[in-house]
Design a protein. Structure first.
Length: 226
């Protein structure tokens, strides 16, 4: 059986995948949705450890696909780097990806870093959640649903550099990038050697068009089995 480990991005929680999970289950796949806690002074390495621990719970015979959205692309690549023998494929969804030593702030343009820094100065040391429109969620009902769930993000998750030994580079990967583009997620994927795949939709495509995203994830599995 294929098991998708679905890892949510910054400000979000496991609930971000609620609309995708039933579609994957209907196709016969299993899922795990680790919680990257936003409580306390946690960093990227703490989140990678959470994901690595989740990988350890998957049955050895399962085909494991590790999926990271946005910030979590950095997290899943670090987790896969320490568990390269159990991960069959890595999928990034509009993901910030880089090499050893890269972080969100080293990859992001100055305007993004300045926006986050300004938001932090207005907050309590963590980064207050951005409005739903920042994630491409414009529908009034979806925006309200999202706004009441978003959480502040610990700053260290954005400043802490990834630790990669190179083992993750031996795992095949796909970088799904949403159009119209907000940041160069296609180039991030290409830079780490992943196949890129365009998907028309918002940054939070798992909320706005879960069917399209689920279809692409399942296609990756079918290609591997062909």
């Amino acid at each position: 059986m294929t098991t998708f480990v679905l890892v949510h991005g910054a400000w979000h929680g496991p609930w971000a995948w609620d609309r995708v999970v039933p579609l994957l289950h209907a196709a016969g796949a299993g899922t795990l949705t680790p919680d990257l806690t936003a409580i306390g002074d946690c960093g990227l390495h703490d989140h990678a450890e959470v994901v690595a621990a989740a990988l350890d719970t998957v049955a050895e015979e399962d085909d494991l696909v590790l999926v990271g959205h946005s910030y979590a692309a950095l997290v899943v690549r670090e987790a896969a780097d320490v568990r390269p023998d159990v991960v069959g494929h890595v999928v990034l969804v509009d993901g910030w990806a880089g090499s050893d030593g890269d972080s969100m702030f080293s990859l992001a343009p100055e305007a993004f870093v300045a926006m986050v820094a300004a938001a932090r100065r207005r907050g309590d040391g963590r980064i207050p959640a951005l409005p739903p429109a920042s994630f491409g969620v414009d529908d009034a009902d979806d925006a309200a649903w999202l706004a009441e769930r978003l959480l502040p993000q610990p700053l260290r998750t954005f400043t802490e550099p990834t630790r990669l030994s190179g083992a993750v580079d031996r795992i095949p990967g796909t970088a799904i990038f949403c159009r119209p583009t907000t940041y160069p997620f296609d180039r991030f994927g290409e830079a780490v050697g992943y196949r890129t795949q365009a998907l028309d939709g918002a940054h939070d495509v798992m909320l706005t068009d879960p069917e399209a995203l689920a279809r692409l994830l399942l296609e990756r599995v079918q290609e591997r089995e062909a």
